[in-house]
Design a protein around this ligand. Structure first.
Ligand code: DX5
Ligand code: ZN
Length: 228
């Protein structure tokens, strides 16, 4: 069973390695794992779709070998299709693409799923959730970006909690939130229906185990208060 299929109603934390020290990637992931992280969020950027450039399949493969956590690839790239086979080969468990630049989204999602991986779509802050209406049966998760893609450490966009709520009305798929997630903003997103909390700068600004735990626990408290 895939990671997202198993999440159910649990709140889980995923460190975004964009904010980690890339020279010590495996160790940085272990530090967040000690704070309860269950998934690694791996941001891939191409200097075309976003003005930043990060890491690709070779680094993903090395990290997969060095960590016991599943690795989720967030492709912030133009033409993601040509990169899918290399990320599958690298051993990631899921791949998420940006529908804004994925010309044949249905085909891309099915290409990901055909390899046995879970498929996701990430929505930019200005992209309406309705863009995914006809893709929902082909998705395993949705990422609601709460900053504009490209960089870590940006300010959380609060209206994105309403987008999570709207998506929740459309689907039962697990909702991942990505950008500006901290112990202060995680509860807003969990109350709205998010369950997978991606956090980069909030985790790596201090001791990653302590900071990861704070984000996860803030999210779990919000879920408990909601359901009693
Ligand atoms: C932004 C990336 C995010 C980023 C989040 O394009 O998709 O995953 O690393 O970083 P923080 O948590 O610092 O906003
Ligand atoms: Zn991301």
């Amino acid at each position: 069973m895939g990671f997202f299929e198993k999440v159910g109603d649990r709140v889980v934390g995923a460190p975004s390695i964009l904010a980690a020290d890339f020279a010590y990637l495996a160790e940085e992931v272990r530090r967040a794992q000690n704070g309860g992280a269950e998934l690694v969020h791996f941001d891939v950027m191409d200097n075309h779709y976003v003005p930043n450039l990060t890491v690709g399949p070779a680094v993903a493969a090395a990290l997969v070998r060095a960590t016991s956590l599943p690795v989720d690839a967030h492709l912030q790239v133009e033409r993601p299709d040509s990169l899918i086979p290399a990320f599958v080969e690298a051993g990631v468990v899921s791949i998420c693409v940006q529908p804004e630049v994925t010309i044949h989204l249905h085909r891309t999602l099915n290409a990901i799923r055909a390899t046995g991986l879970e498929a996701g779509a990430a929505l930019n802050p200005s992209t309406p959730p309705e863009i995914l209406e006809w893709a929902l049966p082909h998705l395993d998760y949705v990422n609601v970006m709460s900053v504009n893609p490209g960089f870590g450490g940006q300010e959380f966009i609060p209206e994105m909690a309403d987008k999570v709520r709207r998506l929740r009305e459309m689907t039962d798929l697990p909702i991942q939130v990505d950008g500006g997630i901290t112990e202060r903003t995680a509860p807003l997103m969990v109350e709205a229906g998010a369950r997978v909390l991606v956090a980069g700068s909030a985790v790596y600004r201090g001791d990653p185990a302590t900071e990861m735990r704070k984000v996860i626990e803030a999210g779990r408290r919000a879920a408990e208060q909601q359901y009693g």
